[in-house]
Ligand binder design. Structure first.
Ligand SMILES: Nc1ncnc2c1ncn2[C@@H]1O[C@H](COP(=O)(O)OP(=O)(O)O)[C@@H](O)[C@H]1O
Ligand SMILES: [Mg+2]
Length: 358
C-alpha cells in the first residue's frame, strides 16, 4: 500500500467520491464548489445542479446553525459539530442530520468542508423508547393522583346519601343533591383523566372505511377552507382492530390539524404498508401506516417533547388529553404513534401491526 503522499490525485478523488458520508465543499461565500456521490444521494441533486449553488438554496427548510459554522471554521479555524439538525430537502423529504465542518485550505484559499450524515433510523429508535418512558411515567402519575381523589369522593357521596334519608327537610335534600351532583362531576373528570379502561373490541376492518368516517365527520365542521387529500393504498388488506377506537385516534389527530389550520390549508390522509419494522423492539413483518399530515404552522416548540403527555395543550379550553388517549389506544393495539413537525408541516404516523386473530 503506497503512503498517502504517493497516492495520485485521481485516486484520492475516487476515495472521496466513494465515502458513505456526504461531503460538500463551500467557498467563503457559501457557494458549493464540490459535492461527492453520497451528498448527491442525500440531497437528491445531480452534481451539475449542486455546483455553484448557494448553501441556502439546497433546502426547503433547515435549522443548521450556519453562522456558528462560519465563525468556528473560517474565523477561528476550529472544527464545528451540530447534532440532529432538521433538514427538508428540495424534494420535500425530511431528515435529521448530523454535521461536522472544518476549514481546509486549497491553493491558499479557505473552504468549509461539511460532512453530513442522515440519522433517521437511529433517532426513530431513541425517540420510540424515550416516548414510551414519558408515557409510562405520566400514566403512573395520573393513576396515583386519580386514586387519591376517588377515595374521599366515595365518602362524600355516601354521607350525602345518608343526609337524604332525613325526611321533610327540604333544604337538606337540596344540599344532598348538590353534593351528589358535584361528586358525580368530579368522578367523571377523574374517569376522563384515567383514560380508556375498556379493552379494545377487535374485529376485521377495512381501514379506509374507518378513515372515510373520519373525513365525513371532519367535513361537517369544516368552517375554514381546508382541503382533505386522500392518498390510500387500495391493496391494504383488512386489519384486526377496534374500529371505534382507531377512528377516535385519527379523528383527534385530524381535529388538531383542523384547529391548527386557522387560515385554511391541506390535510393529507395516507395509508401504506411498511415491511420489516421494529415496534417497541419487536420485529413486525408487516405494519399498516396511517399518516395524517397538514401544512399548518407546525407544533409549538415549547410542547414538542411532551406532546403525548396528558394535559399538555396550548389551546384555550383544551383538555390536552387527545394525544395521551390516542397513545393509550394505539398501545392497546401493540402499535406505535409518532410525530414529526417543522414550520409549515406536521405529520402524525400511526403504525399498527398486522396480526392474527388469537
Ligand atoms: N397538527 C397540529 N399542528 C399544530 N399543533 C398541534 C397539532 N396537533 C397537535 N398539536 C398541539 O398538540 C397539543 C395537544 O393536543 P391534544 O392532546 O389533542 O390536546 P388538545 O387538542 O386538547 O389541546 C395541542 O394543544 C396543539 O398545541
Ligand atoms: Mg386534541
Amino acid at each position: 500500500m503506497p503512503k498517502n503522499k504517493t497516492l495520485k490525485h485521481d485516486t484520492l478523488l475516487s476515495i472521496c467520491e466513494n465515502l458513505a458520508t456526504a461531503v460538500i465543499l463551500l467557498d467563503e461565500q457559501l457557494i458549493v464548489v464540490y459535492a461527492n456521490d453520497s451528498a448527491s444521494e442525500l440531497f437528491a441533486l445531480g452534481h451539475k445542479r449542486f455546483l455553484g449553488q448557494e448553501f441556502e438554496s439546497l433546502f426547503n427548510y433547515h435549522n443548521i446553525d450556519i453562522k456558528r459554522i462560519i465563525s468556528h471554521t473560517l474565523n477561528e479555524g476550529s472544527d464545528c459539530h451540530q447534532h440532529r439538525a432538521d433538514a427538508v430537502f428540495l424534494d420535500s423529504r425530511h431528515a435529521k442530520i448530523t454535521l461536522s465542518s472544518r476549514k481546509i485550505t486549497i491553493e491558499s484559499n479557505p473552504y468549509i468542508m461539511l460532512e453530513c450524515r442522515a440519522l433517521d433510523e437511529e433517532i426513530k429508535h431513541d425517540k420510540a423508547s424515550h416516548q414510551m418512558h414519558q408515557y409510562i411515567a405520566a400514566r403512573t402519575l395520573i393513576r396515583g393522583l386519580a386514586h387519591e381523589i376517588k377515595n374521599p369522593l366515595g365518602g362524600i357521596r355516601g354521607a350525602a346519601q345518608l343526609l337524604q334519608y332525613e325526611v321533610d327537610q327540604q333544604e337538606r335534600d337540596e344540599c344532598a343533591t348538590l353534593i351528589i351532583e358535584q361528586a358525580d362531576r368530579l368522578t367523571e373528570l377523574v374517569d376522563r383523566l384515567l383514560g380508556p379502561n375498556q379493552l379494545p373490541n377487535k374485529t376485521w376492518c377495512n381501514i379506509h372505511q374507518t378513515l372515510e368516517s373520519v373525513v365525513k365527520l371532519t367535513m361537517l365542521s369544516n368552517h375554514s377552507q381546508i382541503n382533505v387529500i386522500k392518498d390510500y393504498d387500495p391493496s391494504i388488506p383488512d386489519i384486526f382492530i377496534d374500529q371505534g377506537k382507531i377512528q377516535q385516534v385519527v379523528l383527534n389527530i385530524v381535529r388538531n390539524a383542523q384547529q391548527a389550520l386557522t387560515e385554511g390549508g391541506e390535510i393529507t390522509l395516507q395509508t401504506r404498508i411498511r415491511h420489516h419494522m421494529r415496534i417497541h423492539n419487536k420485529a413486525m413483518k408487516n405494519a399498516l401506516m396511517i399518516k395524517v399530515s397538514d401544512n399548518g404552522p407546525g407544533i409549538d416548540k415549547a410542547i414538542r417533547d411532551t406532546l403525548f403527555y396528558p394535559m399538555v395543550t396550548n389551546k384555550d379550553g383544551g383538555s390536552g388529553l387527545g394525544l395521551a388517549i390516542a397513545q393509550t389506544l394505539i398501545d392497546q393495539h401493540d402499535g406505535y404513534i409518532e410525530c414529526e413537525s417543522w414550520p409549515g408541516h406536521t405529520e402524525f404516523n400511526i403504525y399498527l401491526p398486522f396480526v392474527n386473530q388469537q
